[in-house]
Each structure stands twice: as C-alpha cells, then as structure tokens.
Design a protein around this ligand. Structure first.
Ligand SMILES: *[C@@H]1O[C@H](CO)[C@@H](O)[C@H](O)[C@H]1NC(C)=O
Length: 266
C-alpha cells in the first residue's frame, strides 16, 4: 500500500526530468516526507502486530494455554501506544455514558422531589425548570442516574422517604385552611412528626407549587401526603378526620399516634 505513492512519484520524476521543474521536485520531496511519516507513525503498529499474532498462534498450537490467555487479555499494541485505560475500565465508562438516564413515573418523581427538599432546608428546585415537564432526575437524585443500579437506588429512596416522613404537609403561611390542617395533625402528636413545608415562603415556590400540583393532580394548597399519596382537598381531609379514617391512614403509613406520650410511658 505504501509503495504505490513512491512509484508514482518516481514515475512522474522520470517524465519531468528534462524540464527539471523546481516545483515538481519540491512537491515530490514533500510527498516523500508525508509517505515516510505515514510509514513510521501509522503503518508501524500494524507491522508490529504481525509477529505478535504469529507468536500467539504458535503458542496456541503448542498447547500452552496460560500464556495464550495472557496474550489475549493484553490490549492490542495500537491502544498501548496511546495509553488508553484497560479494557474493563473502558467498558464501564463507555457503557454508563451510553446508557440513558433513569426515567421516573409521577409517584417516583414526587418521592425524589420530596426526598430532595426534605434532605436539607437549603435544597431548592432550580427555578429554570419547566414544572409542566418531567424533572431531570439528576437535579434531585444524588446517585449516578445512568448507572445499571439506578433503578434499585431509586426504589430505595422511594421507600425511605415515605417511611421517614409518613405525613408530609405543604402549606401556605397565612392561610386559614393551612392552619386547620396543621391543627388536625398537631393534636395527633405523631411520631415521626409531620414534615411541613411552608411552600409560599420558599425561594423555589414559583416552580415547586405547580410541580406538586402536577405530581399529585391537585389544584390548591394545602396539600397533605400520607405515605406519599395526596388525601385530597381540605373538605376531604375534614371528612376523613371526622370519620376516624385519617387516623387509620396515618397509622398504616407507619406513624404512631400520641407518639410522645407513649415514649414517656416507656
Ligand atoms: C378531627 O376529628 C376529631 C374527631 O375524630 C375531632 O374531635 C376534631 O375536632 C377534628 N379536628 C378538627 C380540626 O376539625
């Protein structure tokens, strides 16, 4: 392959010998340099490959299985030249980059958002997001959302957040219905205590409120989540409280009523 350009250059040199054009000579010289560079830096690794392949073949025939295996695990000489990471390292990096991000359904998205804002008071949903669209999982999940283990880690977060916060309240600061809900819950003296967010006092209220409405099919605040599920409007919550159903739901979600009194008895 590499001898072909040389013969054509020599051929053209013979043809132009009489005129001995300076330009043709320098062109030929440049071509020769390019061909030499090609042979040294590009064709060389493949030339090196030939004897290695022959040797592996010979070893294979001789039946020395150990060394045969070793040769096969070595990266090819061309990649050794560029000091690429080992085959296994490269596979993990490439496979995670090529993997799509984990997709969240609405209940998983709600759990991820709740876990994120409950983890630290300064955790805010970026105001640049579109609350009408599914949130980028990377914004609210603290693990590699492209990892093969992402689905397991997400399930763990969903379980953890609702067992840690069986009752979650999203209220407004100066609002009669919010006060009423807080009062209903306060007299229950729950353990763990309810996690309450005064949503309209938060920096991210502009995006968090519509996000919560999309994820819970609600249209108004206050919002009460029991075991990660919205229990409906203030009218529904009042009814659930009067009938005793609210106690049952909260107990089923893992909270203990009169938690502090029970603790004192022990
Ligand atoms: C909730 O229901 C209980 C009866 O189960 C009632 O005594 C209480 O007043 C109700 N709370 C509110 C705020 O309506």
């Amino acid at each position: 392959m590499s001898t072909l350009p040389i013969t054509s250059i020599l051929h053209s040199l013979q043809h132009q010998r009489k005129s001995l054009n300076h330009r043709a000579t320098s062109l030929a010289l440049i071509s020769l340099i390019v061909v030499s560079f090609y042979i040294f830096f590009v064709a060389r690794p493949s030339l090196d490959l030939a004897p290695i392949a022959l040797r592996t073949d010979a070893l294979g025939h001789a039946g020395t299985h150990g060394s045969h295996q070793q040769d096969r695990d070595d990266p090819p000489p061309s990649s050794r030249l560029f000091r690429l990471p080992s085959n296994s390292q490269r596979k993990t990096v490439v496979s995670n980059l090529n993997r799509p991000q984990i997709e969240l359904d609405e209940s998983q998205e709600l759990a991820a958002v709740a876990a994120f804002i409950a983890a630290l008071p300064q955790n805010m949903i970026p105001r640049s997001i579109d609350p009408a669209k599914p949130i980028d999982p990377q914004l609210v999940l603290d693990f590699d959302t492209r990892s093969p283990r992402a689905a397991d880690e997400l399930n763990q977060i969903v379980q953890d957040v609702w067992s840690r916060y069986p009752v979650m309240l999203f209220t407004k600061a100066h609002n009669a219905h919010s006060r009423e809900i807080r009062r209903i819950i306060a007299v229950m003296d729950l353990q763990p205590p309810p996690m309450t967010f005064e949503v309209d006092q938060r920096e991210d209220s502009e995006v968090l409120i519509p996000l919560l409405h999309r994820l819970t099919s609600s249209t108004d605040l206050p919002l009460m989540l029991i075991g990660g599920k919205s229990v409906g409007s203030i009218a529904a919550i009042r009814e659930l409280n009067e009938s005793g159903e609210l106690h049952r739901l909260i107990t089923n979600a893992g909270a203990v009523l009169d938690g502090r009194k029970k603790k004192k008895v022990h």
